[in-house]
Design a protein around this ligand. Sequence first.
Ligand code: G1P
Length: 291
Amino acid sequence: MIKKAILPVAGLGTRFLPASKAIPKEMVTVVDRPAIEYVVKEAVAAGIEQIILVTHASKASIENYFDRNFELETTLENKKKFDLLKEITEILPKHISVISVRQPQPLGLGHAVLCAKNVIGNEAFAVLLPDVLVKNADAANDLAKMIHRFEQSQSAQIMVEAVPEHLVDQYGIVDVKNTPAEGESMVMQGIVEKPTVGTAPSNLSVVGRYVLPAKIMQLLESTPKGAGNEIQLTDAIAALQKLEPVEAYRMQGQTFDCGSKIGYLKAVLHYGIEHPKLGDEFKQLIQELKL
Ligand code: G1P
């Protein structure tokens, strides 16, 4: 059973400057809650019980958000603001623990995942990159389906979606003989980090959701620097794929790249119109704009 998820949150968020100069990009709000909460809840909905943040000294507000805040709770209680009190104390179910390890140097995503090695031990685990929000219509989300598939096949699962050909150089790209149907997995032939346009093996891009066996940590230890002069998770997955089957899982949901400003605005629109309390009024506002 997969109960642990690594969320690498040490990145400085240069794509989200100037906001990320003084607040972690993961704490920028999508409607009324920080982007990171959506990602943590996606993991929890898939059955994850331990969230491992791989973080940086400048990002303590992420840990604070998932911790109790005694002063605030006492103030709300004294003022009898019980609805708000409930809201801030029930962000995550009680059985979920959030722990953190530091990434002491910005050596890449593969290095960030490796920083959680001792917390992972011998268990398989999930990785969720917090820039990307994944929105699913079903309660059984894409990550839950990947975990289920991993438990059946014992093969690592890499979530992918099709991207336009001219954007392949921004992503990890998988090589598959046949494109899997949405919601299905297929064994991959290879995976490459940010290929130049025209050289990519497909247009199926790595979304930022992975289910990986513990042995990926040993492979990461011997992974040399790759694209961008960083230790790439993609390269360790390519090494794993030479040892055993690794599967590409084609997602069903919708992605929002909150690491980019336009992706972030799109996320605010989509999550805003579906917000249980604000949605109707927000939709009306959008209609009033008559652009
Ligand atoms: C990372 C991964 C890449 C993946 C992407 C998804 O790249 O290395 O394989 O496609 O996330 O967002 P980054 O965006 O950190 O450069």
